[in-house]
Design a protein around this ligand. Structure first.
Ligand SMILES: [Zn+2]
Length: 308
């Protein structure tokens, strides 16, 4: 009986810091807000995206993520609007040496706003592009904010003005480099709201052939989580999202994970890119599959992702 009591106490103590797994309901709640008509397509510098930023701030605080700068808002120096800002959160590493090395988990939270109406709908909601990547980063923030298992420090970077030419990530990469931030790797998420079809991997990586990132990712998963999509190379997706400025400024492994393969989603940059077209259980599954991968990368004693 006494033994039983101790087991229960131990179980309770260890459960306390284990975050609940991602669920389709939880993912759906974030997605439904970020892609709602109220946010009017989250164009950089508009009122709609400011609502998204307020919401992200609320979640960061709830998840015990701290601002990396004075506030969560990192106003762009390269865009003609004081209302364009990245949202930048931070969780310090727990290891006294490794915490000086940083990993950025990123996604752009802006989209293209209002466009030419189709059947009376003029709002490009940007659910897949890129409320989905934003949700992934927020879910990872929720996990690490509660678990506090990260030996290296993590920056959660939600970029503005990606759709204006990667402006948010260009601004932040330069600013962090100028501040002397020691970046190990930048891992970005784009368009992960709909599963790949007929592939033997869950996500593809842009710049697959440039580093060992896919092999490292797969080594931490019991699934083949990352693979090579020939179209990603053909269309040079490596240079078309927010990983690219970090590659350019830092020349450290910087990649985007995605599940958009040009055949599984027909609403790219159209009014039909809505939350209702997303697969929330696929997204929750991706979050849960990625957590051990991120944890492995963040806590490895040596930096193991390397450019070839
Ligand atoms: Zn995008």
């Amino acid at each position: 009986m006494k033994y039983f009591f101790y087991v229960i106490v131990l179980l309770l103590a260890s459960c306390k810091s284990i975050p609940a797994p991602a669920t389709s309901e939880g993912v759906g709640e974030i997605m439904n807000f970020l892609a709602s008509d109220e946010l009017e397509g989250r164009e950089a510098g508009t009122k709609g995206i400011a609502l998204a930023a307020d919401y992200i701030e609320t979640l960061f605080k709830e998840y015990k993520v701290k601002p990396y700068f004075k506030t969560f808002r990192d106003t762009l120096s390269n865009f003609d609007s004081s209302a364009a800002y990245n949202m930048v959160g931070f969780i310090e590493g727990t290891d006294k040496h490794l915490k000086n090395e940083f990993i950025i988990l990123g996604a752009h939270y802006d989209h293209i706003g209002r466009i030419k109406p189709k059947n009376g709908d003029a709002i490009a909601n940007g659910a897949n592009d890129n409320a989905s990547g934003t949700t992934m980063v927020l879910e990872l923030a929720r996990y690490f904010g509660t678990a506090k298992t990260n030996k290296r420090s993590i920056i959660f970077a939600l970029f503005s003005a990606e759709e204006k030419g990667l402006l948010g990530s260009k601004h932040l990469a330069k600013k962090l480099k100028d501040n002397g931030l020691n970046l190990y790797t930048m891992l970005n998420f784009e368009m992960i709201g709909v599963p790949l079809q007929n592939k033997d991997y869950l996500m593809y990586l842009t710049g697959y052939e440039l580093s060992n990132i896919a092999a490292v990712s797969n080594a931490y998963s019991d699934k083949k989580i990352a693979g090579f999509l020939p179209k990603a190379k053909e269309f040079n997706l490596f240079n078309r999202s927010d990983n690219a400025p970090f590659h350019e400024v830092y020349n450290v492994p910087s990649h985007t994970y995605s599940t958009f393969d040009f055949t599984n989603f027909e609403h790219y940059h159209q009014v039909g890119d809505e939350a209702a077209a997303m697969d929330f259980s696929h997204m929750a599954n991706l979050v849960n599959e990625l957590i051990p991968v991120m944890e492995g990368i963040i806590n490895a004693p040596e930096q193991e992702i390397k450019y070839n």
